[in-house]
Each structure stands twice: as structure tokens, then as C-alpha cells.
Write a protein that binds this ligand. Structure first.
Ligand code: GLA
Length: 406
């Protein structure tokens, strides 16, 4: 009897030890860069080193970006004779440890990609059945972040598959941010908090404002359609410090107009989405750098209240997003979806905005707030007078409202 109860206690302790992710790695949404959106399978150590150098040169590191993540395409098509993954020697002749050392020497962090299936989406060896071996290998390279995809998984149970990899990371003994990338198919927001630090909520982002198309049998969506996919899932209550809804990597700097880039970045900050850049950092236009390093916007993304925004309403085809911030402040973001510029007229006192989930209220008929334009970096008055502001085609007016003490 004694023996049995000891066994039970041991089993309970083992289960609870194995059922933990590394905590404290993503108290704010992770920020970094990933190779996929711009380079797909065509990247090598030269590209990555240029990206690392651009982090410093263009002020991205100072703005808070830290992870450099190699997506699909970094390995050879077969494991070696010991069953280990092999970095493609043509792309990475110096090996992964040397690359990790270079990244770390610049004060940045190193991330890598694999997949819960037998093969990755690009047909490289997946981690199914090799989770513990692969996690150990990543740990030996000093990997800090693992993005884990969902291609070729047949009938696998998502929560179980992702939990296995989480446990493998834990056993490998190196803290890694664990990025769940199963496109929101199995409601990762419900179980993801215990398993990873961020979870994709949709299929892949596409580099366009308002288009959708199928790529490799998966639907991809531009900025506007992507934001509509989870309209009825009420995701915002699941996101918070250590466990974030991931609206996918950014397309800022990949060819959309400056106005569209400004809107895209502002909305991702409002959503508390991880900010993982997806453009060629070594060839950025001035305005792209300006957008991506906007500290005032990044501060909204990282706000310690960690409340994801919601769409308050749409007026004259202008989406109005609202987000409660710490110290009773609010962020309000007006996105002009019209194909022409428009003069916004907005009487604050007449729009009482209520966040019923987090129990917050913006009532400008009783309280006065000062207004700051976060792209212009200017204070532009208070909520006492109606706002009149021209917003360009697909552009955004991104405001922070700070309560005025009486
Ligand atoms: C999936 C993921 C993408 C990217 C590719 C790589 O489509 O969702 O983010 O990792 O695979 O093949």
C-alpha cells in the first residue's frame, strides 16, 4: 500500500514537472526577424549575417527586436547516419553553432524552425518521433526560440504533439521561446498557454492589403482579410504575458504602400501580436525603418496591462480599434479602408467605448483626455473638442489618450 502511494506521488510529480514550459521568456510579445516572408527557402549564412548587422545599423536592436529566426529551408533533405538534423552545408558552411555565436556576440538571440509532422512544409525532415533528439541538438547550438509548424501531421492530436515538443525542450535544459504554428486549426488559444509562448491564430499572411490566395493548399490572407478570420472567436481574452495570440509575421517593407505599412504595423501593436519582421533588413527604405522603430507604437504593443485591442466600430469605412492601457490611458486607431483620403470627424463625447471583457470604459463625456498622435509624435489637443483629421487612403491615425487630472 505504502509502495503504491509513493508511486502515485512520484507519478504526479513527474507529470507536473513534464507539463511545464519555460516561464518568463515572453512577458511582452516577442520581437525579432524571421527569414520566411522575404526569402522563403533562399537564405544562407551571408543573408543572416547581413540581417544581424542591419539590426544594429538601423536601430532595430535599440527598438527592442532581438530574435533572429531561421525558418524552413535551413537543413538538408535527410538526417545523418545518427538520426540528427543536418544544416545545409552549402547554405551554412560554418555550421549553426558558429552562427549562433555570431548572433549572441551582437547581443541578439537565435531562433530556428521545425515541424510537428514527418516533414516540414517545404519537405525537409520534421521532428515527429525525434522531438527529444532535435531539442537536444538545438540546445547544443544555443538556440533561444523554436517555431514549430503543422504540415504533414496526418491525424496527430495538436495539443499532444506540441506538448511533446515542449517537454523535449524542457528536458534539453535550454530555455527557448516556443512558437506554436498550427494556424489556429485546433483552437491553440484554449490550450496553448500551458504549452507555448505564442500561437498562430490564422493561416499565412500574404504581402498585400486586401487579397487572399491559396499557396501549397493553404489559404493565405492579406492584412484586411486576415483580421476578419477570427472575428467571432473572441480571442482577446486568451492573450497575455507569456502567452500571445500571434497574427503572423510582418509584411512591412515588402512592397505595400507606406500608408498600408503604417496601418499594418499599428494594428499589430494594438493586437499585442508578436512583432516578427519579415522584410530584407539590409535594404530598407527610410520610411520602413521609421515605422518599425517607432518606440511610441512599440510601447503600446508592450503595454503592461497586456490587453489586446478590439474593433469598436466602423464609420464611413474607417475601422476604429480600441485598446485599454495602463494608468487609465487608451490607444485608439483609425484605419481608413477607403481607396481615397477622408476627413474624419469624431466627437469623443458621443462615443462611449466599453470593453466588457476587461471591464474598462472610455467615457469622454465625463473625463477629459489629452491626445497624442503616435506617428506624428505630436500632442494634438484634447477630447473636449471633436476631432477633425484627414486620413489618407489606407492610412492610419494612431492616437494615445491620457487622462487629464482634474
Ligand atoms: C507554413 C508556416 C509559415 C512558414 C512556412 C515554411 O506555411 O505557416 O509561417 O513557416 O510553413 O514552409
Amino acid at each position: 500500500m505504502k509502495k503504491i502511494s509513493l508511486y502515485v506521488i512520484f507519478a504526479v510529480i513527474t507529470i507536473s514537472i513534464s507539463a511545464q514550459k519555460y516561464e518568463g521568456l515572453a512577458n511582452t510579445p516577442p520581437m525579432g526577424w524571421n527569414s520566411w516572408n522575404k526569402f522563403a527557402f533562399n537564405f544562407d549564412e551571408k543573408v543572416i549575417r547581413e540581417v544581424v548587422d542591419a539590426f544594429e545599423k538601423n536601430g532595430l536592436k535599440d527598438a527592442g527586436y532581438e530574435y533572429i529566426v531561421l525558418d524552413d529551408g535551413w537543413m538538408t533533405k535527410e538526417r545523418d547516419e545518427n538520426g540528427n538534423l543536418v544544416p545545409d552545408p552549402r547554405k551554412f558552411p560554418s555550421g549553426m553553432k558558429a552562427l549562433a555565436d555570431y548572433i549572441h556576440s551582437k547581443g541578439l538571440k537565435f531562433g530556428i524552425y521545425n515541424c510537428a509532422g514527418n516533414k516540414t512544409c517545404g519537405g525537409y525532415p520534421g521532428s515527429a518521433g525525434n522531438e527529444y533528439r532535435d531539442a537536444k541538438l538545438y540546445a547544443s547550438w544555443d538556440v533561444d526560440y523554436l517555431k514549430y509548424d503543422w504540415c504533414n501531421t496526418d491525424k496527430k492530436h495538436a495539443q499532444t504533439a506540441y506538448s511533446t515538443m515542449r517537454d523535449a525542450i524542457k528536458e534539453a535544459g535550454r530555455p527557448m521561446v516556443f512558437s506554436i504554428c498550427e494556424w489556429g486549426l485546433n483552437k491553440p488559444w484554449v490550450w496553448g498557454k500551458e504549452v507555448g509562448h505564442l500561437w498562430r491564430v490564422t493561416g499565412d499572411i500574404a504581402n498585400c492589403w486586401n487579397c487572399s490566395y491559396t499557396f501549397r493548399k493553404l489559404s493565405t490572407h492579406g492584412i484586411l482579410p486576415l483580421l476578419n478570420i477570427r472575428k467571432h472567436d473572441n480571442l482577446r481574452k486568451y492573450s497575455g504575458p507569456g502567452h500571445w495570440n500571434d497574427y503572423d509575421m510582418l509584411e512591412v517593407g515588402n512592397g505595400m504602400s507606406d500608408a498600408q505599412n503604417r496601418s499594418h504595423f499599428a494594428i499589430w501593436c494594438m493586437l499585442s501580436s508578436p512583432l516578427i519582421l519579415g522584410n530584407d533588413l539590409s535594404k530598407m527604405q527610410w520610411e520602413t525603418i521609421n515605422i518599425l522603430t517607432n518606440k511610441e507604437l512599440i510601447d503600446i504593443n508592450k503595454d503592461s496591462l497586456a490587453i489586446e485591442c478590439f474593433k469598436y466600430k466602423t464609420l464611413w469605412n474607417i475601422d476604429i480599434w480600441a485598446r485599454p492601457l495602463k494608468n487609465n490611458a487608451w490607444a485608439i486607431c483609425f484605419v481608413n479602408k477607403n481607396g481615397f483620403k477622408i476627413k474624419l470627424q469624431y466627437n469623443w463625447a458621443k462615443h462611449i467605448i466599453e470593453d466588457e471583457i476587461f471591464n474598462k470604459k472610455l467615457d469622454c463625456s465625463h473625463e477629459v483626455y489629452t491626445l497624442r498622435d503616435l506617428y506624428a509624435h505630436k500632442d494634438i489637443g484634447t477630447t473636449e473638442t471633436p476631432l477633425e483629421k484627414e486620413i489618407g487612403k489606407h492610412d492610419v491615425l494612431m492616437l494615445k489618450l491620457t487622462k487629464k487630472e482634474k
